[in-house]
Design a protein around this ligand. Structure first.
Ligand code: MG
Length: 498
């Protein structure tokens, strides 16, 4: 038995109610993005609101809060029990600190801001969004004050998305990569070993065949279709509904098959994390991945380090050809270069693995400066464009391909972006550590030993769920966040001729 302490067991008995509501909300959310009829919306919105209210009321109820606080005083709790208390105290504390009226105001502003952002993006006019964004940053500063912080108020916001993350951590991480990445990008683009575009981007595919290919790849990785699904949605996502019910989606268009394939592999990485959490943790608040950053390290590991590798592409080339007959005109090498184009570009979600982090650095700098009141919102477009020029040597022609491109700010998600970079950088550290234990990743991919890779990830990371706080888990697996393995990986891969 994992949970022995009586007071923790009492907390978990009560928690079942919260778990059930969350479970229902996850299933509802998945449905909204996949099969919900177009016209539904008004009932669904009300139902979600009601369920969330029941959740919050119970989370903040005397009965529940007292049970958690009592349990937190217990000595000699095991790691799982401590994890349960840590996760719940954190959530309770956030709600305790933020006044109800503030949460209501924030969500009202966000609803209006989302609509304004859509209009502004369509018209490529930042001014239409500016007053809403000013309000969002103003409220975000207020939020930081309510939550409390040491050092920068931005720390309070970072912590909401990545438990324990501070500006100091992020500054250090970006300082390590900023200059080396700029140099590397210049070298890669001037060497012309890697290409900026490829005719395969234009090759059209049959959607049904693409779906079959995605399923085939998932089978090769050993995706457990008895406990998991793949469906289609506008934007790919993963929903871990329960311990035996994890669902991913992919997206489909007319051409450029790698977009669908790599999205599937990315989401597989997220799904695998949820699927490999110890089943003994079911119905508890730690039966889920611990943070956005660590989750993203898993998806990027599979997408970049496996999906874009020479070994994966060469072993799967014949399979690709069965489903994508146009590949008969191309060699393995073509597919490799097509999967690994390098081009400084304006849009974050389309960026390659070399230039991607530059996009995050830019957003981080702007968010931090706004929260610390070093700049004001109407300066965003000009700062954005200057920074793009400095980091990637390109300038947006308009705001919709510049500072209006992401949905995050309109949703009030200030402090979210750095988790993407943590994921990318951590993935390379994980690879290095894994190789010490089970041998070179490239060899394992060549032998299609995905079971070994999955077992290692399960043993070292997945099985714990949220037992350990992100920093603690990182410490146990790789020590601390360090960008060198990531930089070395990029250099080795991209400064080499095929
Ligand atoms: Mg992801």
């Amino acid at each position: 038995m994992v949970f022995k302490n009586k007071k923790v067991k009492k907390v978990l008995r009560l928690y079942k109610k919260l778990f059930s509501i969350e479970y229902a909300l996850r299933l509802i959310d998945w449905d909204i993005h996949t099969y919900m009829p177009e016209e539904e919306g008004s009932e669904r919105g009300v139902i979600i609101g009601e369920l969330e209210k029941i959740y919050k009321d119970f989370l903040q109820s005397k009965e529940f809060v007292n049970a958690v606080k009592e349990a937190s005083k217990e000595k000699n709790l095991n790691d799982y029990e401590k994890g349960v208390i840590r996760v719940l105290l954190r959530e309770i504390e956030i709600y305790e600190k933020l006044p109800k009226e503030f949460i209501e105001e924030f969500s009202k502003v966000v609803t209006e801001a989302s609509k304004a952002w859509e209009r502004a993006k369509k018209k490529s006019n930042f001014e239409l969004f500016q007053p809403y964004l000013e309000k969002i940053f103003e409220l975000s500063r207020k939020k930081a004050e309510y939550l409390g912080y040491k050092g920068s108020p931005y720390n309070a916001l970072l912590n909401l998305f990545e438990e324990g993350l501070t500006c100091k951590d992020v500054d250090k991480m970006f300082k390590e990569i900023r200059l080396p990445l700029r140099k590397l990008i210049r070298k890669i683009t001037s060497s012309k070993n890697f290409k900026e575009s490829h005719p395969l981007e234009m090759e059209e595919y049959k959607k049904e065949k693409m779906k079959e290919l995605n399923k085939k790849i998932l089978e090769v990785f050993g995706y457990d279709f008895r406990r998991a699904r793949i469906d289609e949605s506008m934007h790919p996502f993963t929903e871990g509904i329960g311990s035996d019910d994890v669902r991913i989606t992919s997206w489909y268009s007319k051409a450029n098959f790698k977009e669908s394939l790599l999205a599937t592999i990315h989401e597989f990485g997220h799904a695998l994390y949820e699927l490999q959490i110890d089943q003994k943790l079911i119905f508890t608040p730690i039966a889920t991945g611990v943070s956005l950053g660590i989750h993203e390290s898993q998806s990027r590991f599979w997408e970049n380090l496996i999906g874009r590798s020479k070994e994966f592409i060469s072993t799967m080339y014949q399979t690709f050809k069965e489903y994508m007959p146009f590949l008969r005109k191309y060699e393995v090498k073509d597919v490799y270069f097509y999967f690994n184009l390098v081009k400084p570009s304006l849009i974050r979600v389309k960026a390659d693995e070399v230039t991607y982090n530059m996009h995050i650095m830019l957003r981080y700098k702007i968010e931090k400066d706004l929260i610390e009141e070093n700049i004001v919102v109407n300066e965003i477009p000009s700062i954005w464009n200057d920074e793009m020029e400095k980091l990637l040597g390109i300038t947006p022609k308009n705001d919709s391909e510049g500072c209006l491109q992401d949905v995050h700010w309109s949703e009030g998600g200030i402090g979210y972006f750095p988790t993407y970079s943590i994921g990318t950088i951590l993935a390379s550290q994980i690879k290095l550590k894994m190789e010490k234990d089970i041998g070179k990743l490239n060899e394992l991919i060549l032998q299609q030993e995905y079971g070994k890779i999955k077992n290692w990830l399960e043993e070292k990371i997945h099985r714990y769920g949220s037992t350990y706080a992100p920093k603690e888990l990182i410490k146990r697996v790789v020590g601390r966040i360090n960008a060198r393995p990531f930089l070395n990986y990029l250099k080795k891969k991209y400064l080499q001729i095929y």
